[in-house]
Write a protein that binds this ligand. Structure first.
Ligand code: 5GP
Ligand code: ZN
Length: 112
């Protein structure tokens, strides 16, 4: 059993505000939101980063869920940002595959 924060959230051992769940992913509110809406779409399987992904269908599925959430939480009309931080220089802090979905304010570019 993998002892990582997101595995523990997936197993229900740590609390989270769940926005969506199916057999492959969960979507939760980020504990430290960087925008009025900030969700994390997390694979249920422990995969360290996109570098370890072998199942392209999983990524397609994650993006279907992102689209669903963007519509459900009214982000689609004004726009939103999807982020994947990969590795040290990418700013990844939790080594369990997840995508950020942020919206509710205009985003800056370039990101920090
Ligand atoms: P990363 O930097 O790896 O791309 O993103 C990790 C994200 O997970 C951060 O935005 C951080 O705020 C969030 N996070 C870290 N620990 C927890 C937690 O226990 N619960 C929730 N909901 N989010 C968390
Ligand atoms: Zn994990």
């Amino acid at each position: 059993m993998v002892d990582c924060v997101f595995c523990r959230i997936v197993r229900g051992e740590l609390p989270s505000v769940k926005l969506f769940e199916d057999d492959k992913v969960i979507a939760i509110k980020d504990i430290n939101p960087q925008a009025p809406f900030h969700a994390l779409v997390i694979s249920k399987k422990h995969i360290e980063s996109i570098l370890e992904v072998e199942d392209g269908e999983l990524i397609a599925h994650i993006f279907r869920v992102i689209k669903f959430l963007a519509n459900k939480y009214n982000l689609a009309k004004k726009g939103f940002r999807v982020v994947n931080n990969c590795g040290h220089d990418g700013g990844q802090t939790i080594y369990h595959l997840h995508f950020h979905l942020m919206g509710g304010r205009p985003m800056d570019w370039p990101p920090g």
